[in-house]
Design a protein around this ligand. Structure first.
Ligand code: GCW
Length: 719
C-alpha cells in the first residue's frame, strides 16, 4: 500500500516536472515554437508540396539552414523529409545560394535576382523539367537562411505554400541590437535578469544560449549586435576581453551577425597609458589605428564602434576642445581600412546649456551636416528627449541631408513599465517611422532607409530587452518587442498589426478566437500606457534615477533637466512645456509646415499637446472637455484599458500552456495595480495646481499624495 502511494506520488512529481519543463521550454523557444499542426487536412496539404529537400553547398550557414528546415518541418508536420543532393523529382525544396544553383534555375529566377540586394531572399515555386519545386535562394548563404526562416513562418502562420513568389530584401543595412550590458553582467535599464555574456567563462565556454540568441536574431533578420553598454568600460578593448569577444563573434558569424563594441573615448588614457585622448594627437590617432588593426586581426568581420561621447558624463572630444566631427572622423579613419563603421550617438544635452533639452541635439549636430566621413552614421533616438511612452519624432530626422543618420529605438522598457507591463512597442515604432517630416514630403522611414537622401549606410538600432531570464525578456509579451523591432529593421514599412499577427501565431496559436482578441489587446496596449502614464503630451514624469513609477513632484536633482517638474511645468495657471515660438521655439527645428502645425494648440495633434504647449487648466479640448478633465479622463481610460486587457486574457486559458497563461495573468495584475498607482499619484499631484474636482467617471484615490511620495525603491532593477 505504502509502496503504491510512493509510486503514485513519484509519478505525479514526474508529470509535473515534465509539464513544467515543457511549459518552460515554450517560454524559452520564443517565436520558434514550431507547434505540431495536429490537423490532418492542413498537414497533408503542406506535405503535398514538400516531398524532399535538396541542398547545394555545405557552409556552416547552410548547415544551420538545413537543420532549421528539418526541425521546423518535422515538428510542425510530424514527418522527416528525405534529403537528396540532385534536383530530380518534384515538390522538392531546393536550397542554396545563387551561384550554387543549376544554370537553368538561375535563369528562371533572373528577374527575381535583379530585384534582390545582398541579404535579400527569393522563395519561389518554379517548374523544373515540368515538375513543381520550391526554390529558397539568395545571393549569399545568410540570405538563404533568412529565406528558410521566412518559409517556415509561412507554415507557422498557416499560410499557403502552393504557389510561392516571395522576393524580400532588407531595406536597411545595419539592423542592430545595442546591449547596455556591463562587464560585471549587470544590465543598465535591463529588466530580464543579468547579461547573457558570461565574460568569466568566455572564451572557452560557449553557452548554448549564445547560439540560441544568434538563431533567434537571424530568424528576424537582425545582423549586428553591440555587446557592451554605451556607458562604456575601456577594458572591453584589452586583449583579455577581445579574446572573449572573438569567441562570441565566431559563434554568431554563421548566423550572419556581426559583433560591434562601444568604444570609450578615453580608452587611450585608461588602457593605453597615454596622457590624452585628444583626437588630434598623433599618439592617440595611432593608438586607435593599432587597436582597430588588433581587433580586425582577430575578428576580420568586426562591425565597428558605437560611441556615446560628451553625454551624461561620458568622455568625448569636447574634453579637448574638439567637436563631435573631430572625434567621429578620427575613429572612422581607424576602422575604414577594414570596412568598419562608427555609430556616433546624437543623444547629447548639457547641464551648462540653459536651452530646452529637447533642442540641444539638433542645435549641436545640424551645423556638422556634410562633415562626417562616409563610414560614420549618426545614431539618433526616436524622440528629442528620451524614449518616452510618446514623443514626436526627433527633429534631426530629415535635417541632415548630407549625413548618414540612423534610428535608435529602445526595446527595453525603461520608461514604459519595465518588464511587468504588457506594451506592444512596434506600434510606437510604426508611429515614428510613418511620421511625415515634411522634408520633401518624406516620412521618417524614408530618411532612415536612405531613399530620400541616398545615404552611404543605413541603420536601425534597438536597445535590447534581453537578459538571462528563462524567457529572455522578462515578460512573455516583451518577446514581441524584440521580434517586432527585428521585422521593422528589415522593413520599416511593415504594419505593426500584421507583425503582431505573425508573432502571435508563431508564439502561441493560430486559433482565430485567440489571435483576433489578443492582437487587438496588443495594439491598444501602447495607447494604454500613454494614457495611464503620460497622456496628452506629458513626458518624463517618472520617478527619478530608476524611472520606476510616477514622480511628477521630483524637483531637487542637481541638473534641472533631470527633474520631472522641468518637463510638466504644472502651476496654478496651467500645465505643459511651451516649445512653440512663444516659448523655447523647439518647433522651429521642424520643417516649416510641421512647425506651423505644432505651434498652434488648435492644430497641434492633441496627443502631443503638452509637449509643445503650456495651457490653462480650463483650455478646451476638441471633445469639449476642459484640459483638467481631459487629463483625468485619460488617466482613467488607461486604467480601464488595462482592465479590459485582463478580461480578454482571462478568456484565453484554453489556447495557452498553463505556465505562460498564469505568468501573463500575474503580470497583467501587476500592470493594473501600477496603472492605478500612476493615475492616483499624478492626479493628486496635479490637482494641487488645478484646484479642481475629478470629473465623474474618474475613480478617487484611496491613498494620499504623501503616501505616494513616500514610496522608495532602493533596489529597483536596471539602475
Ligand atoms: O535613457 C537614458 C538612460 C541612461 C542611458 C542614456 C543613454 C545608457 O536613463 O541609462 O545610458 O539614456 O541613452 O545614453
Amino acid at each position: 500500500m505504502k509502496h503504491l502511494k510512493t509510486k503514485k506520488l513519484s509519478l505525479l512529481i514526474t508529470f509535473f516536472t515534465i509539464s513544467f519543463t515543457l511549459s518552460a521550454q515554450k517560454d524559452y523557444k520564443l517565436w520558434l515554437q514550431y507547434e505540431p499542426k495536429n490537423n490532418l487536412e492542413i498537414t497533408t496539404k503542406y506535405l503535398n508540396s514538400i516531398k524532399g529537400i535538396a541542398m547545394s553547398g555545405n557552409s556552416e550557414t547552410l548547415k544551420i539552414a538545413l537543420t532549421e528546415l528539418n526541425l521546423g518541418l518535422s515538428n510542425m508536420l510530424g514527418n522527416q523529409i528525405p534529403h537528396q543532393t540532385n534536383i530530380e523529382g518534384s515538390n522538392l525544396i531546393i536550397i542554396g545560394n545563387k551561384s550554387s544553383l543549376d544554370a537553368s534555375v538561375q535563369e528562371t529566377l533572373k528577374s527575381e535576382f535583379e530585384k534582390t540586394n545582398k541579404d535579400g531572399f527569393i522563395i519561389k515555386t518554379i517548374s523544373i523539367n515540368n515538375k513543381k519545386n520550391i526554390v529558397i535562394t539568395g545571393k549569399n548563404d545568410v540570405a538563404v537562411l533568412y529565406g528558410v526562416f521566412s518559409f517556415l513562418r509561412q507554415i507557422q502562420t498557416n499560410k499557403p505554400i502552393e504557389n510561392l513568389s516571395i522576393v524580400d530584401s532588407p531595406k536597411i543595412d545595419v539592423r542592430i541590437l545595442n546591449h547596455w550590458d556591463n562587464l560585471d553582467r549587470t544590465v543598465e535599464r535591463g529588466y530580464a535578469g543579468f547579461s547573457l555574456w558570461n565574460w568569466h567563462k568566455l572564451p572557452d565556454f560557449i553557452d548554448q544560449r549564445y547560439v540560441d540568441y544568434a538563431r533567434a536574431n537571424a530568424s528576424i533578420g537582425i545582423n549586428g549586435t553591440v555587446l557592451n553598454n554605451v556607458n562604456a568600460n575601456a577594458l572591453i578593448l584589452t586583449p583579455q576581453y577581445l579574446e572573449k569577444v572573438q569567441a562570441l563573434a565566431s559563434t554568431f558569424r554563421p548566423y550572419g551577425i556581426k559583433v560591434y563594441l562601444t568604444a570609450r573615448f578615453s580608452a587611450p588614457i585608461e588602457i593605453g597609458g597615454l596622457k590624452t585622448a585628444d583626437p588630434f594627437d598623433t599618439d592617440v590617432i595611432n593608438w586607435w589605428k593599432n587597436k582597430a588593426a588588433e581587433i580586425y586581426a582577430q575578428i576580420p568581420d568586426f562591425g565597428g564602434f558605437v560611441i556615446k561621447a560628451n553625454s551624461e558624463g561620458q568622455p568625448g572630444p569636447q574634453n579637448y576642445g574638439r567637436n563631435h566631427v573631430d572625434g567621429a572622423n578620427m575613429l572612422a579613419d581607424a576602422v575604414a581600412p577594414f570596412g568598419g563603421i562608427v555609430m556616433w550617438r546624437a543623444f547629447v544635452y548639457s547641464e551648462h546649456d540653459a536651452d530646452d533639452r529637447a533642442k540641444q541635439a539638433y542645435s549641436e549636430f545640424v551645423p556638422y551636416d556634410g562633415k562626417f566621413k562616409d563610414n560614420v552614421i549618426v545614431q539618433v533616438k526616436n524622440g528629442a528627449i528620451d524614449f518616452q511612452p510618446r514623443e514626436p519624432f526627433h527633429p534631426l530626422f530629415g535635417a541632415m541631408p548630407k549625413t548618414n543618420t540612423m534610428m535608435e529605438f529602445q526595446i527595453t522598457q525603461e520608461y514604459l513599465g519595465f518588464s511587468t507591463h504588457l506594451v506592444y512597442l512596434p506600434k510606437l515604432y510604426q508611429e515614428v517611422l510613418e511620421s511625415d517630416t515634411y522634408r520633401k514630403g518624406s516620412t521618417v522611414a524614408k530618411i532612415i532607409d536612405g531613399s530620400l537622401y541616398n545615404n552611404k549606410i543605413t541603420g536601425i538600432a534597438g536597445v535590447a530587452n534581453i537578459g538571462n531570464d528563462l524567457n529572455w525578456t522578462g515578460h512573455p509579451f516583451a518577446q514581441a518587442n524584440w521580434y517586432g523591432f527585428g521585422r521593422l529593421a528589415w522593413n520599416p514599412y511593415l504594419d505593426s498589426e500584421s507583425i503582431a499577427d505573425e508573432w502571435l501565431r508563431s508564439t502561441f496559436s493560430n486559433e482565430e478566437n485567440f489571435v483576433k482578441p489578443i492582437k487587438e489587446m496588443m495594439i491598444q496596449s501602447r495607447e494604454a500606457v500613454v494614457n495611464y502614464m503620460t497622456p496628452l503630451g506629458l513626458h518624463h514624469i517618472m520617478d527619478t534615477g530608476h524611472h520606476y513609477g510616477p514622480g511628477p513632484w521630483v524637483s531637487d536633482l542637481s541638473r534641472p533637466e533631470w527633474n520631472p517638474v522641468y518637463y510638466h511645468k504644472a502651476s496654478k495657471d496651467g500645465i505643459g512645456f511651451n516649445r512653440s515660438k512663444t516659448g523655447s521655439n523647439a518647433t522651429a527645428q521642424y520643417a516649416p509646415e510641421m512647425a506651423k502645425l505644432f505651434d498652434n494648440p488648435s492644430t497641434c495633434p492633441e496627443k502631443d499637446l503638452l509637449w509643445f504647449h503650456h495651457l490653462s487648466w480650463d483650455y478646451k479640448l476638441k471633445n469639449g472637455h476642459s484640459l483638467w478633465d481631459g487629463i483625468a479622463l485619460k488617466y482613467q481610460e488607461g486604467v480601464d484599458q488595462v482592465g479590459s486587457m485582463i478580461a480578454t486574457w482571462n478568456k484565453m486559458e484554453n489556447f495557452v500552456d498553463p505556465m505562460r497563461f498564469k505568468e501573463i495573468q500575474m503580470l497583467l495584475n501587476i500592470q493594473n495595480k501600477e496603472a492605478k498607482w500612476w493615475r492616483d499619484a499624478c492626479l493628486l499631484y496635479f490637482q494641487q495646481f488645478s484646484g479642481k474636482e475629478l470629473p465623474s467617471g474618474v475613480e478617487k484615490s484611496t491613498q494620499s499624495l504623501d503616501y505616494f511620495k513616500s514610496l522608495k525603491f532602493p533596489f529597483a532593477p536596471g539602475n
